[in-house]
Design a binder for this molecule. Sequence first.
Ligand code: BDP
Length: 584
Amino acid sequence: MLFTQMNESRLVIKLDGIWNFVLGGAELDESLCEKAFEQCEKIYVPASYNDQKADIKLRDHYGWVYYQTSFPLPPIPCERLVLRFGAVTHRCRVYLNGNEIAEHVGGFLPFEAELDMSALSANNLLTVAVDNRIDFSTLPVGNEDSRAMFGSGLPDYESVRKTTLKPRNNPNFDFFNYSGIHRSVSLYTTPKEYIKDVEVVTEINGADALVRISAELSGDGGAEVSILDAEGKTVANGSCESPITITNVRLWQPGKAYLYTAKIVYKNDVYYQKFGVRSVEIKGSRFLINGRDFYFKGFGKHEDSITLGRGINEAQNVKDISLMRLLGANSFRTSHYPYSEEMLNLCDEEGIVVIAETPAVGLGTKSYGKTADTHRAVIRDMISRDKNHPCIVMWSLANEPDTECEQAYEYFMPLYSLAHEADPQSRPVTVVVCNNNYTKDKVAPAMDVICANRYYGWYIFGGDLDAAKQAMTAELDYFEQFGKPFMITEYGADAVSGIHQAVPAMFSEEYQAEYYKCINSVLDKYAYVVGEHAWNFADFQTVQGTMRVDGNKKGLFTRDRRPKLAAHYFRERWTDIPDFGYKK
Ligand code: BDP
């Protein structure tokens, strides 16, 4: 699906701003979607609703909520008008002037609906019903028995269970179940005959590159292409589907992005698709970008910020990339769901390398039988949306599924093939694992890169860095036999900013820094370790519980982006580690 773009043939009108809002319940109330709300509050779009008000009812809501706005008939002549949502979490139904026009499942990818112009009036009422419930069939996965932890079956608690406990979500994942209209809502126009989708494949050929631009078109005929360089100068012309040569090509490189633009013209429609020329390849245990050994330095992240929750925060994105650069980092993983198109566009421009992940987090034996269809759909849709981004060098199909169980291999291998088939650039594919008995893991060694999350020195051997070192060494000795690249996609320790200890102890900034020094000394010994992603870039909000003090504190930065001691340590380490050729 193409990103919205304003150009000589297309207009974009954003509907973001203050909308009307009503909290609902577990059942969809369609009567609310038929007319203007009688009683409502105000809410900002796009953002999670949970933290926008000092109201526990919003924060802990379970079930449906209703958003409403209105827009006039666009005062311009247009042949097609499309309503597009960047992401609504997790499930929604959209009504225009009381009629349902779209339904979407999955909280992290865009969807759109072409509007029937004859059904539009001078003032159009747009209502969006959003459901935040998660269960064994959703991605991410929710536990279904949310009350068990309150002592189900114990007689003393029965009356509380029956009278007072409210239904609630019980995430099987460690981030707050933020919900709502999370990314921009826009109207855009196209001519009657239009470009539906664009696909870019490049091949480096000595000093030149062969570029193949394919366009999915709404009707007959073909599309013409011109390739513009970063200054906007035309460097090649051709037509869609036939290879076009760029001579003396400038490569897209980590830290040194260079973007070309394919200008695609189909009848009266025009679309400008940016792209980079770069190669990604696995050779034995090496991860190569543009034929050179790349070393991943960076983080697992979250889309998480104060007040906006999981809502798009482009200023925060700019800041985060500047902080990554400050530390000498070159990459991150979109843990644990596809990030906004705006963030990926920025990474293309800034030369930040990305591992793109689906929202498949929390999978286990209870969910495998229920998620396969949704999982297939989200892999297809994510790759379809993101296939042209030069910043993306690998797809992650899931985070920490149970890969010790029998079903896992049979569940994941078809998904692995699907991801390769769906990607015109056939990037490497992985599943990020974390099994205590890693010798039983059949999925990890079957992937293109073995990606593992490890917390020796925290959840295992907490407080004992000597033991952590030994355990990490043993695991790396084990995985080396597969002859594939290995990357540590998460490792970390909580540190509450401001807690200091002369003798490092858990939760202090000193312990977090010492922890990383210790694990990094092991990673440095193995040539087949191609990267280190610290968990997490910044502190982030989670569900309440005895394990979390105002959220997860494993950030190298606080939630408001102040560096902890470990950030300074990584700045020194990473500025000395080159993007290429560190291990070879
Ligand atoms: C890992 C998960 C991540 C958690 C992290 C932690 O992948 O989502 O936040 O543990 O516990 O297992 O901090």
